[in-house]
Design a protein. Structure first.
Length: 607
């Protein structure tokens, strides 16, 4: 029995649990369609999808020429959706014609609501009907396991039949295109999520897998509560009866910006072609996207040292979420090189920094938590000096005289860490070295004296300088005049016999005088300090071999040269002088007036 046909321009929206298949037409797809022909001797089917002219689309027509069809028959194209689904709506565009009303042509709904053949081609009084589809025809409110398009012989009497043509087709049905709504009420059969790390992370990518036997798996998702974290669509083609693959397993990258730090329950969701979904069991996500603070309270051997490396003690703070897992280290001396990492086992964490260069270096230390968040760095200044300083003593003679004040001046320099201690020691008669008093030692006759200076810098490096051995002699005396012998008085004449004459004594030879000792000077100290206004105060202290001897002093600071003549007071020399000049070192040369040997000393200008 033919059913009425409902025409519509707009397609009804699909509901959850359904999808739409586009067949034939421009898609060219005939997937899901199969041929049903019970009278192949008189009827035929062809497929030529892509156009809208006569002969295009899915055709069912009589064979020219052929015998008439006797009794009930079916020549049609059948569309069958996947098992467990059904068709709920058809929208089609077609061409039909027939010369015999025993032929029913169009779309047949075999069962369910509104079952029947939808045929709107009724012959006119001349026995001919032709209808070219210029509009979409919709068949709504159906629910059937399949539909058939074609020509159905349904004679009024079973003994009669349906006519076929000789040179022109008696019956012809062309389905140009069809839009079929498939109901898929069954959710995917499985869903799982894997690859969620057990530790703390700052991002997430996990694998979601699932299966669906209906329209197939259209997409997979990662979710946390109501939050959609990410999704991945399957490769689906909605020109197929089953548009999506039945099984999917794919990685999904999550956008976790909407989640706070802490623990979250995430699950995978598998969505089928009809929009039905199945959720997996949940997995715990430990999320921490907050970087730790810069480390503080770092200690260790950071001062001046001669060691090759350094060991730092880094306090490890406790964290609200992901614990600290690594220390990051970068050496800048002065340019920064590549960084390195080391694991954290406790607090404080000992950090070894090897192969430090000489001078001042910066060690940058940062913390990285278990989730991979890198915190800001803290700069630690480390100073290394493995070069010994230089030590020196002022000129010292191999000959000294009894009563001399022996006090050679010690000096030392260091280019990096600076001089920490400068000591002077004396060795008497080859004995042990002992500290020399600040004002020196008094030379004793017949003894030997040897001095040494020991300069030690702030890094612990030391250097030693020694003098020659001085032997103490008796101080030479001034020559005394030779004695004049007294004259012998003439004897008084007596009657006694004249005695023999007394011999005249010979003169005592005068001793040869020693050459006069020339005066000498020695330094006690030289210092220079620059004030804020740029003026440099130079202080010179020394000794003169004569209690009131004079000395000439020459000072040079940068290009500025100043000379002064000073007099000793009780053998002590003292000069304080202020000058304005550039330069970082002052050179002082002193010579005793009447002497020939000068002494020179250089000092750094301090602030």
């Amino acid at each position: 029995m033919a059913a009425a046909v409902v025409c519509a321009v707009a397609a009804a929206p699909t509901h959850a649990g359904s999808y739409v298949v586009q067949s034939c037409g421009t898609t060219g797809s005939t997937d899901g369609w199969s041929v049903v022909n019970t009278v192949s001797s008189s009827m035929q089917t062809t497929s030529n999808c892509g156009g809208t002219s006569a002969g295009d689309g899915l055709r069912a027509a009589d064979i020219l020429p052929s015998p008439d069809v006797i009794g009930t028959s079916t020549t049609a194209w059948r569309f069958t959706p996947p098992s467990g689904t059904s068709i709920t709506r058809v929208v089609m565009r077609d061409f039909v014609k027939k010369y015999d009303n025993n032929w029913v042509v169009g779309m047949r709904v075999p069962s369910g609501p509104n079952a029947g053949v939808y045929d709107n081609c009724v012959t006119d009084g001349g026995g001919f009907c032709q209808l070219a589809g210029q509009f979409d025809v919709a068949i709504n409110a159906i629910d059937t396991p399949y539909v058939e398009w074609g020509a159905f012989c349904q004679p009024v009497s079973p003994a009669t039949g349906c006519g076929t043509g000789f040179s022109l087709n008696e019956v012809q049905t062309d389905l140009y295109r069809a839009e079929l709504t498939v109901k898929d009420p069954t959710a995917p059969s499985s869903a799982s999520v894997s690859g969620v790390p057990s530790g703390w992370v700052r991002s997430l990518s996990a694998t979601v897998a699932g299966q669906d036997a209906g329209g197939g798996v259209a997409s997979v998702q990662l979710r946390a509560g109501a939050e959609l974290l990410g999704s991945s669509s399957a490769l689906c083609s909605y020109v197929l009866a089953r548009p999506c693959p039945t099984s999917v397993s794919t990685a999904v990258s999550a956008n976790v910006s909407a989640l706070g730090d802490g623990e979250h329950q995430v699950r995978g969701r598998v969505v089928d072609a009809g929009g039905e979904f199945t959720d997996s069991a949940t997995s715990t996500l430990r999320l921490d996207r907050s970087a730790p603070a810069a480390p503080s309270g770092i200690s260790g051997d950071t001062g001046w040292s001669s060691a090759a490396g350094a060991t730092l003690s880094v306090p490890i703070p406790s964290q609200s979420f992901a614990p600290i897992a690594q220390l990051r280290t970068e050496l800048c001396a002065p340019g920064c090189g590549g960084s390195s990492t080391s694991g954290v086992t406790g607090s404080p964490q000992m950090l070894s920094v090897p192969s430090l260069p000489e001078g001042t270096s910066t060690v940058r230390v940062g913390l990285t938590d278990e989730a991979g968040n890198e915190g800001a760095t803290t700069d630690v200044i480390v100073r290394r000096d493995r070069t010994a300083p230089t030590a020196a003593l002022s000129a010292f003679s191999e000959v000294a005289y009894e009563g001399d004040q022996l006090r050679p001046q010690a000096s030392g320099e260091d280019a990096l860490s600076g001089i920490d201690t400068l000591t002077r020691e004396v060795q008497v008669d080859g004995g042990p070295w002992v500290a020399s008093p600040a004002d020196g030692v008094v030379a004793e006759f017949g003894r030997t004296y040897r001095f040494r200076a020991i300069a030690r810098d702030l890094a612990g490096n030391s250097a030693t300088a020694e003098t020659v051995t001085a032997t103490v002699r008796a101080r030479p005396q001034s020559p005394e005049p030779s004695p004049t012998p007294a004259a012998t008085p003439a004897p008084t004449a007596t009657p006694a016999p004249t005695p023999a004459p007394t011999p005249t004594p010979s003169a005592t030879p005068a001793p040869t005088p020693r050459p006069a000792v020339k005066p000498t000077v020695r330094f006690s100290s030289v210092s220079a300090r620059r004030a804020r206004d740029g003026r440099v105060t130079i202080r010179v202290r020394g000794t003169h071999s004569e209690r009131s001897g004079r000395a000439r002093v020459r000072l040079q600071l940068g290009k500025r040269v100043v000379t002064r003549t000073i007099r000793a007071a009780r053998g002590k020399l003292s000069l304080d002088l202020g000058v304005r000049a550039t330069g970082t070192r002052v050179t002082v040369r002193v010579v005793a007036i009447g002497g020939t040997k000068s002494v020179t000393k250089t000092a750094r200008v301090k602030r």
